[in-house]
Design a protein around this ligand. Structure first.
Ligand SMILES: [Zn+2]
Length: 188
């Protein structure tokens, strides 16, 4: 799998909720574009931008590129093995278990907000790297959550759409003060 460094690439401007590119289905990357400079640059730029914005993931539509590509990483503090910056192209997910595992999410396209979002606990990803090499792996917990969040961006879906209870939507300061310290709200 192609290796990315947070120091390569350039930062691209982010688009925020309201920009139509975030509500479109992004296009598959045609095989003829695997390994091209444009696709490598997109991967590098997503990693660089994600890193500079302190995000766990960033999808191509968030930099106004309507392609089925996203970058993500799992930092060490998430209580599971670290995943280095990874770029997936044309991913296909096989979701496992119920979409009922609640966890807090934020989004660089919806800055300042945190919401409680139900996700599948496990999944299998089949995708390609930017060179066109096939990639397949299983993920669970936060790793599976960030992949589901980024994958949703490729279908024009934002985490707000997945929330079941809008009372669990907070501004970050209030979230730290009133939500993070408490147990997760019980649904149903
Ligand atoms: Zn997002």
């Amino acid at each position: 799998m192609a290796i990315f460094s947070a120091l390569d690439g350039r930062r691209r401007p982010l688009v925020r909720m309201g920009h139509p590119v975030l509500r479109q289905r992004a296009e598959e990357v045609p095989p003829s574009r695997f390994g091209t400079r444009a696709l490598r640059d997109l991967g590098r730029d997503l990693v660089r931008t994600m890193h500079e914005e302190n995000g766990a993931g960033l999808a191509a539509p968030q930099v106004a590129a309507p392609l089925r590509v996203f970058a993500y990483q799992v930092p060490a503090e998430k209580g599971q093995s670290t995943v280095p910056p990874t770029v997936l192209v044309n991913p296909v997910l096989t979701l496992e278990g119920e979409a009922s595992e609640l966890g807090w999410e934020g989004c660089l396209s919806i800055p300042g907000l945190r919401g409680l979002v139900p996700r599948h606990p496990r999944l299998v990803v089949r995708a390609f790297d930017v060179e066109g090499a096939p990639v397949e792996f299983a993920a669970e917990g936060f790793h599976a959550r960030v992949i589901q969040h980024e994958f949703d961006h490729l279908d024009g879906v934002l985490f707000l759409d997945r929330m079941r209870d809008m009372r669990a939507l907070y501004y970050e300061d209030e979230w730290e003060e009133f939500a993070l310290k408490k147990d997760l709200p019980i649904e149903e």
